[in-house]
Design a protein. Structure first.
Length: 277
């Protein structure tokens, strides 16, 4: 990377931090964003969409980058008709937001456009699902598909997953899913990768004994990184055996990113680890 590229990179992240700080100072809740998203035209959204955030994520290294995009008509309609599926941060214990809080809870971090999450929730009505995503059009699309499917066991949340996990009681989540996360390819950004020795202790605390952490990636260097981290977590057991990836399970629907990766000749790696202590 050239000196100019490094300076531009630093300037970009500084701009994001300043933007997040201004949003927090304004103390505008997510509900205001969704209200505007429902009534504004695509042209207006293209110029005025903002990522509203009441988190303190600028105070620590985050694992995601917020993005903006206009909503289509069905997405705006979905926010109005099925907005009850979206939780407002802070949420506390995620289980309390379901009609049957005693059912096993699956939390998916970064569900993209949500198609696979909706399919899993539809196929497993005896299980509760919470999807965490910061891309608002993705949330809107997932709400649309969940609402059309009449799902009652799925809730969505626009928030920093780390902050959400911190609010959960220990040993309360049955499964955490991380499918095709941002690999943060530049070495100077490795600290932003979700799978790390800094962040996995929090996941381990919130998983119940016997609960699972399931990750998938098509980026081979990140797959090697994941395996090195996860195989050296004493509270986790590799369900495929130490040093191995897990065959793609039937319960994980193929995602758009997975198909794209396969078309580009990428190898898909699944990792399934169980909490043993």
């Amino acid at each position: 990377m050239s000196a100019l590229e490094r300076h531009l990179d630093d300037a970009f992240f500084m701009a994001v931090k300043i933007f997040d700080l201004l949003l927090e100072r304004l103390k505008i809740p997510h509900s205001i964003y969704f209200r505007f998203a429902k009534i504004m035209s695509n042209d207006q959204l293209d110029q005025q969409v903002v990522e509203l955030d009441n988190l303190n994520e600028h105070r620590e290294i985050v694992t995601f980058m917020r993005r903006s995009a206009p909503l289509n008509t069905s997405q705006r309609t979905a926010l109005e008709q099925y907005g009850h599926l979206i939780l407002e941060y802070p949420v506390g214990d995620l289980r309390q937001h379901f009609e049957h809080p005693e059912r096993p809870l699956t939390v998916e971090i970064g569900f993209g456009m949500g198609r696979s999450l909706v399919l899993m929730a539809k196929a497993n009505p005896e299980r509760n699902y919470v999807g965490i995503e910061v891309h608002v059009p993705g949330i809107a699309q997932c709400v649309y598909e969940a609402g059309m499917a009449g799902l009652t066991n799925l809730r969505l949340l626009d928030a920093d997953a780390i902050q959400v996990l911190r609010e959960m009681p220990d040993n309360s989540i049955n499964a955490v899913q991380l499918y095709f996360p941002d690999p943060w390819q530049k070495k100077r950004h490795f600290k932003r990768r979700f799978v790390s020795h800094d962040r996995m202790p929090l996941v381990e605390e919130k998983l119940e004994i016997g609960g699972t952490f399931h990750a998938a990636t098509d980026w081979e260097p990140y797959a090697e990184w994941m395996l090195d981290v996860l195989d050296n977590r004493p509270r986790l057991e590799n369900m495929a055996g130490k040093g191995n990836s897990y065959p793609r399970p039937d319960w994980r629907p193929q995602t758009k990113f997975e198909r794209r990766g396969l078309e580009e000749g990428h190898k898909i790696n699944d990792f399934l680890f169980k909490k043993i202590q």
